[in-house]
Design a protein around this ligand. Sequence first.
Ligand SMILES: NC(=O)c1ccc[n+]([C@@H]2O[C@H](COP(=O)([O-])OP(=O)(O)OC[C@H]3O[C@@H](n4cnc5c(N)ncnc54)[C@H](OP(=O)(O)O)[C@@H]3O)[C@@H](O)[C@H]2O)c1
Length: 292
Amino acid sequence: MNILITGASGLVGQRLVPQLKAKGHNVRTLSHQKGKGDFYWDREKIDTQAFEEVDVIIHLAGASISHRWTPTYKKLIHSSRIDTANLLFKYAKDYAPELRTFISASGSSYYGQVTSDRIFEEEDPAGSDFLAQICVDWEKAAYQFQALGTRVVCLRTSMVLSQQGGALDVLKKPFKVGLGANLGTGKQWMPWIHLEDLCGLYIKAVEDDTIKGNYNAVSPAKLNQDAFNRQLADSLNRPFIMPSVPAFFVRTGLGEMSDLILKGSRLSTRKVEKSGYRYIFPDLKEALTDLI
Ligand SMILES: NC(=O)c1ccc[n+]([C@@H]2O[C@H](COP(=O)([O-])OP(=O)(O)OC[C@H]3O[C@@H](n4cnc5c(N)ncnc54)[C@H](OP(=O)(O)O)[C@@H]3O)[C@@H](O)[C@H]2O)c1
């Protein structure tokens, strides 16, 4: 298939593109940095050649959420995902008559940053906080493509664990010097997915026409932060003896963004498993053994 992919220079795209190519797909990349991808786009225009005979669009683009959430930066988090999806739609209407599938990244934050006993299923309602509302708008922008008769898939992605970059690099640092500690109570759930499984889900979404709608892109192992940190320390052969960092300090340091660290939910993998996808790394110990 001819696949156009945005945000391909990021953590997920760098691994997904070679995997798609290895499976025989023709992949072209659309970058907001001149000279970085096969095609360039800005806020207003896209080289129309990017859409020639395109069957599938994968929309990964989005400014990182790991920056302080000032009002200006919040607008960028929104526009880099939603305005870009709207622009893709505007062009696809005119220049991609063969478009069969639109696959968009979304976030496990869709359900809101809460710590509760609930295990969220895809049909559960969205949360009301900032990231949840970003996910709502992001998915709404994706579902516009249904008007073109296009199959739409949104992957509600949790923290992606990979060998290079991303969350694991940040999480590992204090543990490596024996200073790893829980942030807040440690009881908050910490959904995660190994990069190989996330790429596996994108590939399944490309190749399997029965995949439609929203999917929780998380691993089936549901751990709270304390259990996650204990496994991380163990995998790094380091002690886990530091007292927890009180939530107050994290909030003071990070502001609203601290909710990402101090709160967290469990997400169901029932729909993913029912789709026939078999996880490569369902278990954190195995995932960390592979990555560290
Ligand atoms: N990694 C995670 O833990 C995680 C978790 C949940 C959801 N997600 C979502 O999954 C998608 C892919 O994740 P990722 O980890 O690969 O992200 P990433 O490493 O931050 O890369 C995102 C890509 O988006 C493009 N981009 C950045 N700022 C942009 C802007 N202002 N306007 C337009 N494009 C911009 C860049 O690609 P170009 O330079 O090529 O344009 C960048 O490489 C993202 O939308 C992310 O929010 C990721």
